[in-house]
Design a protein around this ligand. Structure first.
Ligand code: 26W
Length: 811
C-alpha cells in the first residue's frame, strides 16, 4: 500500500513522461503513455522491493524458490496498481489528464512465457506467496519469444512469433552484476587431491546467464518478491576483430546466435515431450544459473552450508527443472567439498516436486548419449544417484528385476526425469485429489509403496485477486456490498454470500452483472470478427489448449447434433446459445489443428444459415491468452469441463469460471470432483464415465466405438457429417478426426460419453428455464469458490512442504 494522492500522482506521471520522452504528455502516443505509467509504477514499487529484500536479509527467514520453465503472468499494469491500492486514484488522475486507464491497460503486451495450466499456476502461486507474506520467488527463463501468437486464417491456425519485447518491458530490471556462468560439454578430470577424489570439468563451453528481475507485488501488504528470469549470452560480447580480418566474422556471429538460442523461444508443446537438445540445454541453463545465484546469496549471509536446507526450499514445477537435484549435488560436492551423504541429505531436504500430468507422452526422458555429451559431470552425478538407489532396491526387492528396472533412474538408454525427481526430493505432490490417488495407486505406485510419506496432494488454486477482483470488478463490488471486504484477505469468507441468495434483489444484481459482462464480450466479438451475438443467449464456453483428451470434439459433435435437430425442426423451442471456443494447438499436433478447422467450419456453416440464425452461433476467438481469458470468463454462463475422466490432472479454468458465477458441466475428472463436493450435486451438471470405468476399459478392453456408431442414429449421422460434405467441400478435411473416432477406436471415449453429455445439456436447458434458480446456482458457485483460491493452496504448500508457514499465520 503506498500513500499517494491524485495530484501527486498526476505530477509524478507528467514528470516521468517528460523524462522518458522529452515532450509533453498530450503530445505522446498511447503506447508512450502506457510505458511512462508502467515505469512510474515500477518506481513506486522499487522502494517496497528494496525494503522487502532488506527485511529478508535481517530476519533470515526461509526463502522459497519456485523453479519453472514457464510463468504465464499476463499483464502487470492493472494488477500492480490494484496490489498497491492505487488503481482507483490512478484512474481518476488519468481521467483529469484525458487519459483512459483501461485503454492503457489494454495496450500492454501479455507476458506469455507459458503454454497453459502449468505456467499460469506458477503465476497464481507467485501472486499468492507475495500476498501471504511468504518469501517466495520465481526462477525461470526470459524467452525472447513467448508462446506463439495464433491467427485464424481461412479457418486454420497460423502461428506467428510472439515478439513481446519489441517495445521493451517496463517491469523488468536487468542485473548484469548478478550474472552467472553456466558450463556445457567438455570432459571431467578426476584427480586425487589431499587423498580426496575430486572432479573438475575441463574444456567446457561457458555461457553467460544474465538475470532480469520482475517485482511481484503482494496485495496491499508492502511485500515485493522477485521473479528472476535468465537470458543467455556469450561470455564475451566483443567481436574478435582479428578473426574478422581472417574472414571469421560470420563465424563469431553464428556463435553468438547459437548461444542466444538457449533463451530464444518457449517450446509450444504442452503435454507432449520431444527429446530436443535445445530443451535440455534450456533446462540446465536456468537451473544451474538459478542455483548458483541462490547458493552465492545464501553464503553471503550464512556461514554454515550444512544448514542450507533450513533456509532454502526449492520447488520444481513438473520434471522440467529436475536437474536442480544433480546441480545442487554438484555445487555441494565439487565446490563446497561436502561428503556425498551430507550433500544428498541437504539436496533431498531442499527439493520438492509437483507432478502435473499422467499422460505417458508427456514424461521426460533424455537419451543417455546426448545427455552425457552436454552435461558430463551432471551425468556422472545422476549415475551415482542411480547406483545407490538401485542398490537399495536390490536389498529391498530381492529378485524383483521388473520392479527394480521400472524404478531405476537410468534404464533402456534413457535418463528418466520423473524417477530422478521422486528419488531426489522429500515431497511429491499431485494437483487434485483424484490425480494424486492415480499417482499413488497407479502411475507411481512402485515409488508410493517405497516412500509412502513423500506423496501428498495439493489441490490447485487460482488467485482471486486477478480472477475476481481485477477481471470482474462489478461482481467484486456486489460482494463487498453484501458480505463486506473480508473475502479479499480471507477468500473462504465468500461462503457468507450464500445467505444472500434468497434475496431476489441480490439475484437480480447478479444477473445484471453477468449480462453487462456479456454485452462487453459481445462488443469485443463484433469488433474482432464482425459477428453479432445475442447477450441474452446462453454463453456456453470452452477455452483451453486444444487437445484430444480435453475433447473439444465432443463439444463439436453435440453442436452438430443440435444443428441437425434444428434443421429438421426449425420451430424447436430452445434457449438460444452462443458457443464460444478459444485455444491454441501445438504447431505439430495434427489432430488438434484439425479440431480448430472443425470448429471454424461448423461456425461458418451455422452462423450463415438463416434457419438457425437467432438460435445458435459458434465463435472461435483467436489467440487465447491470459488477458483474453479475463474478458471471456466473467461473461460465461456455462463452463465446459469435459475431459476424459482421469486425463485432466486438475484443471484451473474450472475454478476461474465458478468464481465468476458460471454453472459447470463436467466429467468427474481432476478438480471437477472437488468442485462438485463443494457446491453439491444440484449446483453442477455431471456426466460421463467414472474414473473406475475408464481404468477398467484401459485394463480389460471391451470398448468398441463402431458398436456405438452403428447403434445410435444421432451419432451415425454426425460422424457421417464429418465426411459427407456438410461442413466442407473437401470431404477429406476432417478425416483425421473421423479416423480417431472410428478407425482408432476413440481413445478418449467421445462417443461413449456422447449420450450422457446430451442429456446433461438438456438438464442445463431446464435449469436455465428457471431464471431465479439459475442465478441462485451461480451464486452458490461464487460462494463456494473461496477454497479454490491459490492462497489456500499456497498455505498448504507452505505448511506441508516448505516449512515456511510462520508468517502468514500472523495476517
Ligand atoms: C515436455 C512437454 C510438456 C510441457 C508441459 C509436458 C507437460 C507439460 C505440462 C505438465 C502440461 C500442463 O500444463 N499440465 C496442466 O497443469 C495444470 C496445473 O497443475 C493442471 O491444472 C492441468 O490439469 C494440467 O493439464
Amino acid at each position: 500500500m503506498i500513500y499517494i494522492n491524485k495530484n501527486s500522482l498526476k505530477k509524478d506521471y507528467k514528470r516521468k513522461f517528460l523524462e522518458i520522452n522529452g515532450k509533453e504528455l498530450e503530445d505522446g502516443t498511447k503506447e508512450q503513455q502506457y510505458e511512462a505509467l508502467g515505469s512510474l509504477i515500477r518506481d513506486y514499487v522499487a522502494k517496497e522491493w528494496l525494503n522487502t529484500n532488506n527485511k529478508y536479509k535481517e530476519t533470515g527467514e526461509k526463502q522459497v524458490y519456485y523453479f519453472s520453465m514457464e510463468f504465464l503472468l499476463g499483464r502487470l499494469l492493472g494488477s500492480s496498481l490494484m496490489n498497491l491500492g492505487i488503481r482507483d486514484i490512478c484512474r481518476e488522475a488519468l481521467l483529469e489528464l484525458n487519459i483512459d486507464l483501461d485503454e492503457l491497460e489494454n495496450l500492454e503486451q501479455d507476458q506469455g512465457l507459458g503454454n497453459g495450466g502449468l505456467g499460469r499456476l506458477a503465476a497464481c502461486f507467485l501472486d499468492s506467496m507475495a500476498s501471504l507474506n511468504i518469501p517466495g520467488h520465481g526462477c525461470g527463463i526470459r524467452y525472447k519469444y513467448g508462446f506463439f501468437e495464433q491467427k485464424i486464417i481461412d479457418g486454420k491456425q497460423v502461428e506467428l512469433s510472439d515478439n513481446w519485447l519489441r517495445s521493451g518491458n517496463v517491469w523488468e530490471i536487468q542485473k548484469r552484476d548478478k550474472s552467472e556462468i553456466v558450463k556445457f560439454g567438455g570432459d571431467v578430470k578426476m584427480e586425487t587431491i589431499d587423498g580426496k577424489l575430486t572432479f573438475t570439468q575441463v574444456n567446457y563451453e561457458s555461457i553467460l546467464a544474465i538475470p532480469y528481475d520482475t517485482p511481484i507485488t503482494g496485495y496491499e501488504n508492502e511485500v515485493v518478491n522477485t521473479l528472476r528470469l535468465w537470458s543467455a549470452e556469450p561470455v564475451s560480447n566483443e567481436f574478435d576483430f582479428s578473426s574478422f580480418s581472417r574472414g571469421e566474422f560470420l563465424k563469431a556471429i553464428e556463435y553468438k546466435n547459437s548461444v542466444e538460442s538457449i533463451s530464444l523461444v518457449l517450446y509450444p508443446e504442452d503435454s507432449f515431450y520431444e527429446g530436443k537438445i535445445l530443451r535440455l540445454k534450456q533446462q540446465y541453463f536456468f537451473v544451474s544459473a538459478g542455483l548458483q545465484s541462490i547458493v552465492r546469496h545464501y553464503k553471503k549471509y550464512n556461514s554454515n552450508i550444512y544448514e542450507l536446507d533450513e533456509k532454502i526450499s526449492i520447488h520444481i514445477n513438473d520434471t522440467h527443472p529436475t536437474l536442480a537435484i544433480p546441480e545442487l549435488m554438484r555445487i555441494l560436492l565439487d565446490e563446497e567439498k561436502l561428503s556425498w551423504e551430507e550433500a544428498w541429505r541437504i539436496t533431498q531436504n531442499t527439493i520438492s516436486y509437483t507432478n502435473h500430468t499422467i499422460l505417458a507422452e508427456a514424461l521426460e526422458k533424455w537419451p543417455i548419449n546426448m545427455f552425457k555429451k552436454i552435461l558430463p559431470r551432471i551425468y556422472m552425478i545422476i549415475h551415482e544417484i542411480n547406483e545407490r538407489h538401485c542398490k537399495d532396491l536390490w536389498n529391498k526387492y530381492i529378485g524383483q528385476w521388473d520392479k527394480i528396472s521400472r524404478m531405476a533412474i537410468i534404464a533402456d538408454g534413457f535418463v528418466r526425469m520423473a524417477n530422478l525427481a521422486i528419488v531426489g526430493s522429500h515431497s511429491v505432490n499431485g494437483v487434485a485429489k483424484l490425480h494424486t490417488e492415480i499417482l499413488k495407486k497407479k502411475e507411481m505406485s512402485d515409488f508410493y509403496y517405497l516412500y509412502p510419506n513423500k506423496f501428498n496432494n495439493k489441490t490447485n488454486g487460482i488467485t482471486h485477486r486477478r480472477w475476481l477482483l481485477k477481471s470482474n470488478p462489478d461482481l467484486a463490488n456486489l460482494l463487498k456490498e453484501t458480505i463486506g471486504e473480508g473475502f479479499i484477505k480471507h477468500p473462504m469468507d465468500l461462503l457468507n454470500f450464500e445467505k444472500y441468495l434468497s434475496d431476489n434483489n441480490v439475484l437480480g444484481k447478479l444477473r445484471n452483472i453477468k449480462l453487462n459482462n456479456k454485452v462487453k464480450l459481445s462488443k469485443e466479438i463484433y469488433g474482432s470478427y464482425g459477428i453479432k451475438v445475442d447477450p441474452n443467449s446462453i454463453f456456453d464456453v470452452q477455452v483451453k489448449r486444444i487437445h484430444a483428451y480435453k475433447r473439444q470434439t465432443l463439444n463439436c459433435l453435440r453442436i452438430m447434433d443440435l444443428y441437425n435437430k434444428l434443421i429438421e425442426n426449425p420451430n424447436m423451442d430452445i434457449n438460444p446459445r452462443t458457443f464460444i471456443f478459444a485455444g491454441k494447438a501445438a504447431p505439430g499436433y495434427i489432430l488438434a489443428k484439425n479440431t480448430i478447422e472443425l470448429i471454424t467450419s461448423i461456425a461458418n456453416k451455422i452462423n450463415n444459415d438463416p434457419i438457425v440464425k437467432d438460435k445458435i452461433k459458434v465463435i472461435m476467438m483467436e489467440n487465447y491468452r491470459v488477458s483474453l481469458a479475463e474478458k471471456i470468463i466473467p461473461a460465461t454462463d456455462l463452463s465446459e469441463q469435459i475431459s476424459t475422466t482421469t486425463k485432466e490432472a486438475s484443471g484451473t479454468s474450472n475454478m476461474k469460471f465458478m468464481m465468476n458465477g458460471a454453472l459447470t458441466i463436467a466429467t468427474l475428472d481432476g478438480a471437477n470432483i472437488e468442485i462438485k463436493d463443494e457446491v453439491k450435486e444440484e449446483n453442477i451438471v455431471i456426466f460421463g464415465l467414472t474414473a473406475n470405468e475408464v481404468l477398467d476399459y484401459h485394463n480389460n478392453g471391451g470398448y468398441s466405438s463402431w458398436d456405438i456408431y452403428n447403434s445410435d442414429n444421432r451419432i451415425k449421422r454426425i460422424i457421417d457429417n464429418l465426411v459427407d460434405g456438410t461442413y466442407s467441400y473437401d470431404r477429406e478435411k476432417f478425416r483425421a478426426i473421423y479416423d480417431s473416432l472410428l478407425k482408432y477406436n476413440d481413445e478418449f471415449f467421445v462417443l461413449k460419453d456422447f449420450d450422457s453429455y446430451i442429456r446433461a445439456q438438456e438438464i442445463v436447458n431446464e435449469l436455465y428455464g428457471n431464471k431465479l434458480n439459475w442465478q441462485r446456482i451461480c451464486g452458490v458457485n461464487i460462494a463456494h469458490s473461496g477454497i479454490f483460491s491459490s492462497d489456500r493452496t499456497i498455505k498448504e504448500y507452505a505448511t506441508g512442504i516448505w516449512g515456511s508457514d510462520v508468517l502468514y499465520k500472523n495476517l
